[in-house]
Design a protein around this ligand. Structure first.
Ligand SMILES: CC(=O)N[C@H](C=O)[C@@H](O)[C@H](O)[C@H](O)COP(=O)(O)O
Ligand SMILES: C=C(OP(=O)(O)O)C(=O)O
Length: 377
């Protein structure tokens, strides 16, 4: 189904992804229970998040203290280690998903994890918003034969244009772009659902989807009626649990409501039309202030980083770091730099190719951020 949607062979189908993410609390048995519950709720796919912590984070980012009601460790690294499943555990979860016949995949949070997911032969690989500006990762992923679902949260339209250019240069049309706002939860007035129609017009040959972090299902239903044909929502067994994502997740009843609404839209032939106006969508979904805020047209033609996305961009946005010790005066080459979550951040990842051939006016040690200050003018 997913490939048919990506190739636009089917416009009246919606592929529903339950983003288990890290809502499994680091427990494989809980993860299996969530997989079965997502299947029963009517989801097409369950998705996890695969990280190789040293490939994704600098030492400084792993060592930063993580004081939060949602932390499983004194440092961010301890927290992430607690939540990270092993490759063997991934193989167990994939086998279980295959056994109960629901698609299984994950986000590749770094190049090491991309290679691992490739080896697992998952039906598609997710590129999360945090890596939408990670052009080396996208360039590598674009050359794979595995379809990609690429989220665009906490990014600008120029970065989205660059993603599409990378995929075009790779001759890859087996991908989808997901409208997304990286705020947990996303306020209704920041959802900007009409941007889905803008993306559809800007990239007519690309399947557009929606990865939502708002509360409830009605805004996601509006995204579907506006044209989104791949939907991702975080999934939880209990919203009250410890963990950053539970509050903006859908519980089993909500996920079932969303899945059933997709069936209802299909039965009423609502999906044979590729997109609908905000007025039509509000009428079909019987209005409401939350919906009207989410469908407001005022910011529908441009995509920029929202204030509500800044906490996530600071915590999980990727920037440029030295991949080895670089002396003062060094002329930067691609092999000298890497893209990671760094604390403090360096130059944001989307500038990766722009700083090549620039000269360092100060030494930068391996795994340290490369800042504007370190570059000669
Ligand atoms: C941008 C991105 O990757 N966001 C992910 C997907 O939406 C989230 O699941 C984060 O991994 C999660 O919110 C991190 O929470 P903490 O910092 O408590 O581990
Ligand atoms: C961050 C992720 O997704 P999104 O950007 O769609 O929230 C992810 O899939 O890991």
């Amino acid at each position: 189904m997913l490939l048919d949607i990506m190739k636009k062979n089917k416009c009246n189908e919606v592929y529903l992804i339950a983003e288990i993410g890290q809502n499994h609390q680091g427990c494989v048995e809980t993860a299996k229970k969530m997989i079965l519950t997502a299947k029963k709720a009517g989801c097409n796919c369950v998705k996890f998040q695969k990280s190789d912590l040293k490939a994704k984070f600098t030492r400084s980012a792993l060592d930063r203290r993580y004081i939060s009601d949602h932390s499983w460790g004194k440092t961010y690294g301890e927290h992430k280690e607690y939540l990270e499943f092993t490759k063997e555990q991934y193989r167990q979860l994939q086998a279980y998903s295959n056994e109960i016949e629901i698609d299984f995949t994950a986000s590749a949070m770094d190049e090491t994890s991309l290679d691992f997911l490739c080896d697992l032969k998952v039906p598609f690989i997710k590129i999360g918003s945090g890596d939408a500006n990670n052009f080396p990762l996208l360039t590598k992923a674009a050359k794979l034969s595995i379809p990609l679902v690429i989220s665009t949260g906490m990014q600008t339209m120029s970065t989205v244009d660059k993603i599409v250019e990378i995929m075009r240069q790779a001759g890859n049309n087996k991908y989808a772009l997901m409208h997304c706002v990286s705020a947990y939860p996303t306020p209704s007035n920041d959802c900007n659902i009409r941007l889905i129609a803008t993306l559809m017009r800007r990239f007519p040959n690309v399947t557009i989807g929606y990865s939502g972090h708002e509360l409830g299902v009605v805004i996601t239903q509006a995204a579907i009626l506006t044209g989104a044909r791949i939907i991702e929502r975080h999934f939880t067994l209990d919203k009250g649990q410890k963990g950053s994502d539970h509050r903006c997740s859908l519980d089993p009843d909500e996920m079932q409501t969303l899945a059933r609404s997709i069936d209802e839209f299909k039965s009423k032939d609502y999906l044979s039309i590729s997109t609908r106006s905000a007025t039509e969508v509000i009428s079909i979904l019987r209005g409401g202030h939350q919906l009207e805020q989410a469908l407001d047209e005022s910011n529908a033609n441009e995509k920029y980083i929202l204030d509500s996305e800044l906490p996530c961009r600071l915590k999980l946005g990727k920037s440029i770091v030295a991949s080895r010790n670089l002396p003062e005066g060094h002329i930067i080459q691609a092999a000298d730099i890497a893209i990671k979550v760094s604390e403090p951040p360096g130059i944001f990842a989307e500038k990766f190719f722009e700083i090549i051939d620039k000269q360092l006016k100060q030494r930068v040690n391996e795994d340290e951020p490369i800042t504007e200050h370190a570059l000669s003018i």
